[in-house]
Design a binder for this molecule. Structure first.
Ligand code: NIG
Length: 376
């Protein structure tokens, strides 16, 4: 089955050699992009609307149970965010059944897809026992495109930190590694220090996993430096950066993944996107959808925030939320519209991507194809 999409008013491809006002989807891939009207089984005229690659959300924590509305309320009343809140979700997640967890992930993936997200990463990290991390990875893998092991999210309350790090690096990693592509660590005051983070990341790399780091979220720290040193694909948050962090990122192929919805929801400053981009760092934007620090699946909100408050251009923000996310996940088949790419296509109910920032908060998703299937 092939589908021709015509009448594209503005086409964002993220590939400077690919232009046009029409494209053909065949099976799960893009089979043609250009100007004209080749034969196809089905033809859809989008009436001058803007078309872009589906959002690539490279940072979410969807395997959870429970609710942290009260913590959010306390934060809005002035209480600072701290890593310790994770323990509340750990308790609820351990108490939930596999079916309950699966329903939560499925609901949030559907919510994201309805807003134009076509590729989604999610993490373990609210189980923190071998059995709960393993089932979190299995549940995640049945709904998300990429799965990350985040056993090193928090030292579980009551546990000894060194013993817990040994568990993560040994038995837990052995159990979870076959079900994930990535390993991550929350390298931050109140979570894991540099030595502990290095131990987890080194053990994960030894099992063949790609590396990611939560770093520099709540203050300056070793996260970015460590991510670059160990060749991580991405370091996520980057809210507090020294000049040497920026220089290290610019000289590396580690992507700086910015999570502006999280910074707003935790009353942190927004990351210095302009400084990173001007230094030549590859930047991604992601939702960080989780029940504690950033309970939104809306990449459009992140894009609008990046433009309105972080001085990214619309083009930079859209690129960061599509191609940037793909680069953060080391994928070359998504986040781009070109021959052979995965057919992940987002049609806006607007003539240009500028409307994403010009009309913030307005649901602009008109149609979505995910892996060649029209889902919206
Ligand atoms: O990316 N920073 C660590 N992990 C999550 C927050 C998790 C939570 O508060 O439940 C994040 O913001």
């Amino acid at each position: 089955m092939s589908t021709l999409i015509t009448g594209i008013g503005e086409l964002t491809t993220n590939d400077p050699s690919v232009h046009g006002d029409a494209l053909v989807i065949e099976g799960s891939t893009i089979a043609w992009v250009g100007t004209g009207s080749p034969a196809a089984d089905t033809r859809i005229d989008v009436g001058g609307r803007a078309v872009l690659p589906g959002w690539v959300d490279s940072h979410t924590h969807l395997v959870f149970a429970g609710d942290r509305t009260a913590e959010f309320g306390a934060r809005m009343a002035g209480k600072p965010y701290s890593a310790g809140g994770i323990a509340v979700t750990v308790g609820a997640t351990r108490a939930a059944s596999d079916d309950d967890l699966s329903a939560v992930v499925s609901r949030h993936v559907a919510e994201a897809v309805a807003q134009g997200t076509t590729f989604i990463e999610t993490k373990t990290g609210y189980g923190l026992t071998v059995a709960d991390e393993l089932r979190s990875a299995v549940v995640a893998g049945s709904h998300a495109d990429e799965v990350t092991f985040l056993g090193a999210h928090l030292v579980p309350p009551g546990a000894d930190a060194d013993e817990y790090v040994s568990l993560v690096c040994g038995e837990m990693l052995d159990a979870v590694a076959p079900h994930v592509r990535w390993a991550d660590v929350f390298c931050e005051t109140g979570a894991f220090d540099e030595d502990q983070s290095r131990a987890v990341l080194t053990a994960a790399a030894g099992r063949g996993l790609g590396l990611r780091v939560h770093g520099n979220q709540l203050g300056l720290g070793p996260g970015v430096r460590l991510a670059v040193e160990l060749g991580a694909a991405s370091v996520d948050h980057c809210t507090y950066l020294s000049q040497s962090d920026v220089d290290a990122l610019a000289a590396s192929d580690t992507v700086a993944t910015l999570l502006p919805a999280c910074d707003l929801s935790t009353r942190q400053p927004l990351p210095e996107a302009r400084k990173l981009l001007d230094a030549g760092v590859t930047v991604a934007l992601a939702s960080n959808c989780n029940p504690g620090s950033s309970y939104t699946s809306s990449i459009a909100f992140c894009v609008a925030t990046a433009v309105l408050q972080m001085r990214m251009s619309v083009e930079e923000a859209v690129r960061a939320a599509t191609l940037g996310g793909a680069q953060a996940l080391r994928r070359d088949d998504v986040g781009v519209i070109r021959l052979g790419a995965r057919a992940d296509v987002h049609v806006l109910d607007a003539p240009s991507i500028t409307h994403l920032a010009y009309r913030p908060g307005v649901p602009l998703t008109h149609a979505v194809w995910r892996k060649g299937v029209q889902v919206i």
